[in-house]
Design a binder for this molecule. Structure first.
Ligand SMILES: CC(C)(COP(=O)(O)OP(=O)(O)OC[C@H]1O[C@@H](n2cnc3c(N)ncnc32)[C@H](O)[C@@H]1OP(=O)(O)O)[C@@H](O)C(=O)NCCC(=O)NCCS
Length: 173
């Protein structure tokens, strides 16, 4: 469906059958979150967790999705002027995204991001854009490479309009 990450990995909702113990992104807050907080967040309706799993069950990546809203004035004028003047624009937040350090550079990060955009596009809950928060300059560069645009004055917070993704997706069909 998307540009394949290698090894035929598959994105599914995280559940109790997954072994989270071996996953290591190498970024302590992201690993701690995956071990301790992702379950409670899911149960409390804070974030929907997804994992990228190899055929042998190894988790090579995870990300979370949540509903969010963006103030209309945060979008550049050419985008904002085409929207109805509601103060808040519905969006989908990729709260966290990480790939196991032993499986980097194989397209898994790109694949999970495409999966997140696809889910937002296909959701029954309307969403104008997918929003991400980059934790450092490397992450920001990764997102920019995947066509995410920084909000003005907030270089670490980026968005990609879903209509833009829909166009790319439909061209590939
Ligand atoms: C950022 C991260 C998710 C990328 O995952 P990955 O599976 O290694 O990335 P991919 O193999 O899918 O790479 C996709 C593209 O982004 C580029 N890329 C990957 N990591 C990058 C980085 N740190 N800086 C700039 N570009 C990067 C790749 O070169 C590739 O582009 P190309 O095909 O044109 O060469 C991963 O490095 C990671 O988990 N980092 C730690 C946590 C993190 O920073 N999460 C981001 C949210 S805060």
């Amino acid at each position: 469906m998307f540009e394949e990450s290698d090894e035929r990995a598959n994105v599914v909702s995280l559940d109790a059958s997954h072994d989270r113990s071996t996953f290591e992104s190498g970024v302590e807050p992201l690993d701690r979150y995956f071990r301790a907080q992702i379950g409670p967040d899911a149960r409390k309706g804070m974030a929907a967790p997804f994992v990228l799993v190899l055929p042998d069950g190894t988790i090579v990546g995870y990300y979370t999705l949540s509903a969010t809203a963006v103030r209309i004035g945060e979008f550049p004028e050419p985008i904002a002027k085409k929207l109805p003047r509601y103060p808040l624009v519905p969006a989908t937040l990729v709260g966290r995204l990480a790939v196991d350090y032993r499986h980097r550079g194989k397209g898994h990060g790109r694949y999970m991001l495409a999966d997140a955009l696809f889910r937002a596009m296909r959701s029954e809950i309307a969403s104008f854009a997918v929003v991400v928060e980059a934790k450092d300059d490397n992450a920001r560069r990764f997102y920019e490479r995947e066509s995410f645009i920084p909000f003005s004055g907030q270089p670490m917070r980026l968005y990609r309009p879903i209509a833009d993704y829909r166009k790319v997706f439909e061209e590939k069909l």
